[in-house]
Design a protein around this ligand. Structure first.
Ligand code: 13P
Length: 249
């Protein structure tokens, strides 16, 4: 059985005061089949890892560099994330693809470096509105999967997040049928490339305007194994009901 994952991406939000939200999350009773991951800004990773130590909450980075070390001002190496207490890293988020010009091949190289360091990668894919309107969604997703995921994927080192760019931070959510079509397609592509054993065990998350009010119906869609949540992960009062909905699904 695939494990479920409720992942929060705090993006460029949060200073010391935000650690109280993490304390509240880690104090809640854990569900044995549901993992919780919070990816705070890099400045909080060390302290966040201390807050969740001895709980079932994992801490992740939001990016890492493709190189293991060196002259890359402002960047973070995968080993540094591990050293700070992270177990996961988000790679290829559409905001990184947009803001930093990251291409599929960049994401793929970063993912291999992250795996070499022992991080679990949450690799993001998703179409823009114009790509969806042009009926290119599955072509785009297929290309991103093929280009961004290295060959050495396993059920333990890889999570895929489907995040339609037009649904991020907009309050717009695809229909359940649209989510299901893309998640079934991702599952099919993972099984075809990596074999059924691996392809069936990689969790596939949905992301984009997930809220307490829509989480239950999104988690009812087949091949949706959890969520990657932005805005609604910043407050424990919003994120906890999403975690609970996933545990109950
Ligand atoms: P929102 O949940 O704020 O739409 O953000 C989704 C996202 O980009 C998570 O990585």
């Amino acid at each position: 059985m695939r494990r479920k994952l409720a992942a929060g991406n705090w993006k460029m939000n949060g200073t010391s005061a935000a650690l109280a939200e993490l304390e509240a999350l880690s104090a809640a009773p854990a569900d044995a089949n549901t993992d919780i991951l919070i990816c705070p800004p890099a400045t909080l990773i060390t302290r966040a890892a201390q807050v969740v130590s001895d709980t079932s909450v994992y801490i992740g980075g939001q990016d890492c560099h493709a190189a293991t070390s060196g002259a890359h001002t402002g960047d973070i190496a995968a080993d540094m994330l591990i050293d700070a207490g992270a177990s996961h890293v988000i790679l290829g988020h559409s905001e990184r693809r947009e803001d930093h010009g990251e291409r599929n091949e960049d994401v793929r190289t970063k993912a291999q470096t992250a795996w070499d360091s022992g991080l679990v990668t949450v690799i993001c894919v998703g179409e823009t509105l114009s790509e969806r309107e042009a009926d290119n969604t599955l072509d785009i997703i297929g290309g991103q999967l093929a280009g961004s995921i290295p060959d050495a994927a396993t059920g333990e080192n890889l999570v895929v997040a489907y995040e339609p760019v037009w649904a991020i931070g907009t309050g717009k959510v695809p229909t359940l049928a649209q989510i299901g079509d893309v998640h079934d397609f991702i599952r099919m592509r993972l099984e075809r490339r990596f074999g059924e054993g691996v392809g069936r065990t990689v969790p596939v998350l949905y992301g984009g305007s997930v809220k307490p009010t829509n989480a239950t119906e999104i988690f009812s869609v087949s091949n949706v194994d959890g969520a990657l949540v932005g805005g609604a992960s910043l407050k424990a009062a919003d994120f906890q009901p999403i975690i609970d909905a996933l545990a109950a699904s």
